[in-house]
Design a protein around this ligand. Structure first.
Ligand code: NAD
Length: 324
C-alpha cells in the first residue's frame, strides 16, 4: 500500500521510518516547508510536494498519514475521507470536540478507516502497568499518579507555543495520560484542573488535573512544558495490596543522543532495545486494514480523549470541576 505523509517535522520523520518498517511504501512526502518534504523524500525514495491537499487526490495513494500541527488535522481528514483513503492521524484527533465530530462524520460517510496515534497504549511500560493493575496484582487500585513533561517542544516560536493552536500541554501532551487512564480504568466522572498557561516573560505551561473515575479511583495527572530541559514520564499505581511505579529516568536502560536537539519535537522516550511503540501502532493499523481486526484505539476513543482534555481546559478557565 502506498502512503502519503503530510507534515515532515518531528513526528513526520518518526512516522516515515515506521511506515517503511511496516511493509508499506512511503510514496509521497508533503510539507508546506519544501526543504522538510525534500529531505524526507530523498531518504525514502519518495516524491516531495508542498501541497498536501492536492496530493490526497493522487489515485495511487491508499493511506494518508497526518503529522501536521493539530489545527490542520480536520481539513486533511475531511479531504482524505472524501478521496476514499484510509487515515493515520497523530493525536490529538482534532483541536476541539466539535472538530472531532465533524471529522468522524466525514470518515463514517466515506466508510474509510481512521486511526489516531494514541501511542502510550503501545508503550511496553504502560502496557505492563495496565496488565498488572487489571490482573489484581496490587489489589483494588485506589489512586493513580501520572506525570509527563519537560520543556516546550520546538521552542517559543513554534505552533506549540500558541495556546489556541496546540491547546498547551493539557491538550497536546497530557492527553496521552487522560486517554490511558480511561483505557485502563474506564470512564471519568469528574475532572478539575489548574493550569499555568503563561507565555511571558518565558513560556511556561504546567497543568495539574485531579480526576475521579466512575469506579471511584482518584487520579492525579501532571503535564509540564515548564521545565528548562529534559523530558520525563512517571507513573504510580497504588492499590489495596501494593504499589507499582515507573520512572523513565530510572528505566534499566536509557539512551541520549547528541544528535537529538534539546529543543526538538517531543517524542516520548522508550527503551531503545524494545520494539518501538510507534511501530506497534502502525502494525495495528495495517492489520485493521488487512484483516478487519479492530485496533487498540478507536476513533471514538480519540474523540473521548479530546473531550477529557477540553473539559480540563474548561475547568482551568472557570476554576470549577467539570462533570462528564
Ligand atoms: N505521539 C507523540 O508522541 C507526539 C509527539 C509530538 C507531537 N505529536 C503530534 O504530532 C503532530 C505534529 O507535531 P510535530 O512535533 O511533528 O510538529 P512539527 O512542528 O515538528 O512538524 C509539523 C510539520 O508540518 C508542516 N505543516 C504545517 N502545516 C502543514 C500543512 N497544512 N500541510 C503540510 N505540511 C504542514 C510544518 O511545516 C512542519 O514541518 C501534532 O498534532 C502533535 O500534537 C505527537
Amino acid at each position: 500500500m502506498n502512503v502519503l505523509l503530510i507534515g515532515c517535522g518531528g513526528m513526520g520523520r518518526m512516522h516515515a521510518e515506521m511506515i517503511s518498517r511496516s511493509g508499506l511504501t512511503l510514496a509521497v512526502c508533503a510539507d508546506e516547508a519544501r526543504p522538510a518534504a525534500v529531505a524526507l523524500a530523498q531518504k525514502y525514495g519518495a516524491k516531495a510536494v508542498t501541497d498536501g491537499l492536492k496530493a490526497i487526490e493522487n489515485k495511487n495513494i491508499d493511506i494518508v498519514a497526518i503529522a501536521t500541527p493539530t489545527p490542520e488535522h480536520l481539513p486533511l481528514i475531511k479531504a482524505a475521507a472524501r478521496a476514499g483513503k484510509h487515515i493515520f492521524c497523530e493525536k490529538p484527533f482534532c483541536r476541539t470536540v466539535k472538530e472531532c465530530e465533524a471529522a468522524l462524520a466525514a470518515v463514517d460517510k466515506a466508510g474509510v478507516k481512521l486511526f489516531v496515534g494514541h501511542v502510550v497504549r503501545y508503550f511496553h511500560e504502560f502496557e505492563t502497568l495496565r496488565e498488572q493493575a487489571k490482573s489484581g496484582r496490587i489489589g483494588e487500585v485506589g489512586f493513580v499518579k501520572l506525570y509527563r513533561g519537560g520543556l516546550l517542544p520546538n521552542g517559543p516560536k513554534s505552533w506549540f507555543a500558541d495556546y489556541k493552536k496546540s491547546g498547551g500541554v493539557t491538550m497536546d501532551c497530557m492527553i496521552h495520560d487522560l486517554d490511558w487512564l480511561r483505557y485502563t480504568f474506564g470512564e471519568p466522572k469528574r475532572i478539575f484542573c489548574q493550569a499555568l498557561m503563561k507565555s511571558k516573560p518565558v513560556f511556561m505551561d504546567y497543568s495539574q488535573v485531579t480526576m475521579r473515575m466512575k469506579n471511584g479511583i482518584i487520579a492525579t495527572v501532571i503535564g509540564s512544558w515548564a521545565h528548562p530541559a529534559g523530558f520525563r514520564v512517571k507513573a504510580e499505581l497504588c492499590g489495596s495490596e501494593g504499589l507499582i511505579a515507573y520512572d523513565s529516568a530510572e528505566a534499566p536502560l536509557t539512551s541520549m543522543l547528541r544528535s537529538e536537539s534539546a529543543t526538538g519535537s517531543m517524542i516520548v522516550p522508550s527503551s531503545p532495545v524494545s520494539e518501538s511503540p510507534y511501530l506497534r501502532e502502525w502494525l495495528d493499523f495495517v492489520q485493521w486494514i488487512d484483516t478487519g481486526k479492530c485496533p487498540r484505539v478507536s476513533p471514538a476513543d480519540a474523540l473521548k480523549a479530546v473531550a477529557m482534555a477540553e473539559a480540563a481546559l474548561t475547568s482551568a478557565r472557570t476554576g470549577q470541576p467539570v462533570a462528564f
